[in-house]
Design a protein around this ligand. Structure first.
Ligand code: FE2
Length: 258
């Protein structure tokens, strides 16, 4: 897809997060609206950074398997609302409770899909097993890599969500600092379209499909878990564009009402 005489797009992909499927009709309707929008676009892939399900029940993954489909690869990883054994069984067709880490190639770009969930907890952590796996993946290629995980590794300035971000993020930072081929870190969990930096790379947070995070300066009320979630804001998506010069550009778009 040539956009000028001098620049070619290497990859364009959609990034959404936190579908919380079977957490009610609202979650389902919004997921369908977002997926229908993305399916109509000439993307190379769709990335969903966790909280696929709302209680981690097998029937929720059956729903996810039916709804989160496209003609292009749909890459997923688990979040704190997911449950490894049900996710594995329904989404991947095998048993087990080990972290669900996957390396997936889209053309010449590698997606390192990391499991940052801790069973039974809301905060995130990359286990020693996952960090060792990621080190192996990164040492095996000089190709561009996106490191993807559910929990943002930095505070985003909402005290509630910041308490349940990725713990021990310095271990991930140390690994990425050794690996110049890492283009960016992509996450979800916070239900807010946010941009920061981490280990000298862009950190790009996908907005939540199911709801949006209120921020301390967008409401006069003191934020609590009861009021920090906005269910009225429309769902949105991120589009990440990697060009053949290695530059990443991200656009965020509200999903139009169909
Ligand atoms: Fe989450």
């Amino acid at each position: 897809m040539a956009v000028s005489a001098t620049m070619t797009l290497m990859l364009v992909f959609g990034h959404i997060s936190d579908t919380h499927l079977d957490g009610g009709e609202r979650a389902l309707a919004r997921t369908r609206r977002v997926m229908a929008y993305l399916r109509g676009l000439p993307l190379d892939a769709i990335l969903i950074t966790g909280d696929i399900a709302d209680h981690g029940a097998p029937h929720e993954y059956e729903r996810a398997r039916a709804e989160l489909t496209a003609d292009v690869p749909v890459l997923m990883l688990p979040g704190n609302y997911d449950e490894r054994s049900a996710y594995r069984k329904v989404m991947l067709g095998h048993n087990g409770v080990a972290p669900i880490n996957e390396a997936r190639w889209i053309d010449d770009v590698l997606f390192a899909l990391c499991d940052s969930s801790i069973p039974g907890r809301d905060e995130g952590l990359l286990s020693a097993e996952t960090l060792a796996w990621l080190r192996g993946v990164l040492s095996g290629t000089d190709a561009p890599v996106f490191v993807c995980l559910h929990h943002p590794p930095v505070p985003l300035h909402n005290a509630l969500i910041d308490q349940i971000r990725l713990a021990e993020s310095e271990k991930l930072a140390a690994l990425i600092e050794e690996c110049p081929q890492v283009v960016a870190v992509l996450s979800g969990h916070a239900h807010t379209a946010a941009v920061s930096t981490f280990a000298g790379r862009p950190l790009l947070v996908a907005p939540g499909v199911v709801s949006t995070l209120r921020l301390p300066w967008t409401t006069a009320k003191e934020l609590t878990w009861a009021n920090t979630i906005d269910f009225d804001d429309p769902p949105a998506v991120a589009f990440h564009v990697l060009d053949d010069g290695g530059r990443l550009t991200t656009h965020y778009r509200v999903v139009p009402t169909s």
